[in-house]
Design a protein around this ligand. Sequence first.
Ligand code: FES
Length: 167
Amino acid sequence: MSEHDCGGCELEGRRDFLRAAASLLATFVALGAAPAVAEAMTVRTGSALGVRGTDVTYPIPAADGATIDKTEQVILVRFQGVVYAFNLSCPHQNTALKWLAADKRFQCPKHKSKYQPDGTFISGRATRGMDRLAIRREGETVVVNVDVMFEQDKDPAGWTAARVTLE
Ligand code: FES
């Protein structure tokens, strides 16, 4: 039996699957969107493993998402293989930021400034990205120094470097 005689055989089923997958990928490309990791972002409130002076320790997040620690005023984010720590306050006028699950981004409830999951400024009254805190890896934890904050407009290099890359 030739390849063309197989009718509804398993090979044809695989071809249909591959065609469907290629079509889906083409749709993502046409929309200018990679299969968005932000799709999987989960946000929850949480607390630190421990606090030692200005060092606050958290477990490395197991998956993309954000943990909001109201006690320490920290938002810990894992996004696309990188962990960031942000000051909970909006850089415009210090309102506590919120995660908008439907839009997959942070937004300030006061004047609606919008930010990507990595803190990049999108739009609104703020004039910079979300303020990042110094962060380092220690084994299976990350340690955030809540006393060292990087403002993107004043220290762009420090802001960019304030991250822990996991992969
Ligand atoms: S306080 Fe956040 S945009 Fe004004």
